[in-house]
Design a protein around this ligand. Structure first.
Ligand code: SAH
Ligand code: SF4
Ligand code: F3S
Length: 421
């Protein structure tokens, strides 16, 4: 029986793709391995969003090339595979196959041609004890933010038919999955024969066995009131909106082709806060975009102080060949970009701490995800926002929802006790 080892870089869509491909490999007779040196197939799923992400993936692929069994296959798939194509084989000769993000549909044929006649003694996939899984609902992106490589490596936007999504989620629920996270670069542009994203959320909520729904990402330009009202009305929906702002100055937002102003963004935040007062709002911010001035960076800081995001992913601009921003002049120096990034991280980290500390004494509803392997062997969980929690309680299956009291916080974790009934 052949063994496959997976290494996944990048966003949640890559995690979803790796899981899908894993499932297909299992039906071809593969088993999963946690040791690349013993695997018959090593699959590295890659990301191209920043230079650093590509460098890390290349280093790792080189390592696998050296340690793999001689007859084992090394496949590089995903976004960097799409961007660099066959040139990756010249750079790292141990690579056997390069399968770009836009060709993953055809991976079944590649599997059958490279690993023919597997002795499949079971049909179906390895059982999972994961209570929460990702489901891609819309692929690609049409927005062409000027800094971003995603539309080039992932291709144009395409909504997956709702019937297929619901069928996939029913199957997951049948295997014991309790929570799904619906994924897209811009879930709000989901559209399948008149079914929009809020309609899709309702349909997913109706699937028996699914207890909780998350989604990401919402583009601020089309985060609608209908969406926020749907979250407010649908008890299975988590109270978490990830709404990447990227920058606080209108000139920069316009150069980025984000198609909203800082005022539009603030209006969206007010709408969310009034309809969903207890929601966690999180964001992505990019500093050091070409020609960003000190004053423009200060506008980003001011917006961050004002909105008080529960958390943020913060990045220094990384030039991506072929994008519109790559040909913009007046680049911000490496030192300045990184000084701004550090300053922003300091401001946001203090806010995140305050928000977590303010949770002490509050009641939360948690979904259990599993048990810590080491340390105190507490149960790991997430609340209905984006916060992680730890709780001491009796043996409970993953996916259990329970009421808890936050007794204290530790960094970005809520330390909870089960509410006495
Ligand atoms: N679709 C999502 C973002 C996906 S990429 C959205 O529109 O918000 C995730 C994040 O990576 C982006 O939000 C951005 O902050 C960051 N990012 C994208 N391209 C980048 C680049 N060239 N350099 C640095 N960060 C980048
Ligand atoms: Fe990239 Fe913009 Fe598309 Fe997000 S919306 S994936 S940042 S182009
Ligand atoms: Fe995701 Fe990176 Fe591709 S962020 S879509 S894996 S470029």
């Amino acid at each position: 029986m052949p063994y496959v080892y997976f290494q996944t870089f990048g966003c949640q869509m890559n995690v979803a793709d790796s899981n899908d491909i894993g499932e297909r490999l299992f039906t071809h007779g593969f088993r999963s391995s946690d040791d690349p040196a013993k695997a018959d197939l090593i699959v590295v799923n890659t990301c191209s969003v920043r230079e650093h992400a590509e460098q890390r993936a290349k280093t790792r692929i080189g390592e696998y090339g050296r340690l793999k069994k001689q007859e084992a296959q090394l496949w590089v798939i995903g976004c960097m595979a799409e961007r660099l194509g066959e040139s990756l084989k010249r750079e790292i000769p141990e690579v056997d196959r390069v399968i770009g993000a836009r060709s993953l549909e055809g991976i079944d044929e590649v599997i059958s041609s490279v690993f023919p006649d597997q002795n499949v003694d079971f049909k179906g996939i390895e059982a999972t004890d994961e209570a929460s899984e990702f489901v891609s609902v819309i692929r690609g992106c049409d927005n062409y933010c000027t800094y971003c490589i995603v539309p080039y490596v992932r291709g144009p936007e395409a909504s997956i038919p709702a019937a297929i999504i619901i069928d996939t989620i029913r199957k997951k629920a049948g295997r014991g999955v309790k929570e799904v996270t619906l994924l897209g670069q811009n879930v709000n542009s989901y559209c399948d024969a008149g079914i929009d994203f809020p309609d899709l959320i309702r349909a997913v909520a109706a699937v028996e066995g699914i207890k909780r729904i998350r989604f990401t990402t919402s583009h601020p330009k089309d985060c609608s009131e209908k969406l926020i009202r749907t979250i407010a009305d649908e008890p299975k929906c988590c109270r978490h909106v990830h709404l990447p702002v990227q920058a606080g100055a209108d000139r920069i937002l316009s150069l980025m082709n984000r198609r909203y102003t800082a005022a539009d963004y603030r209006d969206r935040i007010s709408m969310i806060r009034s309809l969903l007062p207890d929601a966690d709002i999180t964001t992505d911010i990019l500093v050091g975009f070409p020609s960003e001035t000190d004053a423009e960076f200060e506008s980003t800081l001011a917006l961050v102080e004002e909105v008080r995001f529960t958390a943020a992913f913060m990045f220094a601009y990384s030039i991506r060949e072929g994008t519109a921003a790559a040909s913009m002049s007046d680049t911000v120096s490496h030192e300045l970009k990184h000084r701004r990034l550090k300053q922003l991280i300091d401001v946001q980290t203090a806010i995140t701490r305050e928000i977590y500390t303010g949770m002490a004494g509050r009641k939360v509803r948690l979904m259990i995800s599993g048990r810590q392997e080491k340390r105190d062997r507490l149960w790991m969980a997430r609340d209905y926002g984006c916060k992680r929690a730890l709780i001491a309680c009796d043996e409970v299956p993953a996916g259990t929802i329970l009421q808890a009291d936050v007794v204290r916080t530790s960094g970005m974790t809520l330390i909870c006790e089960r509410t006495a009934l």
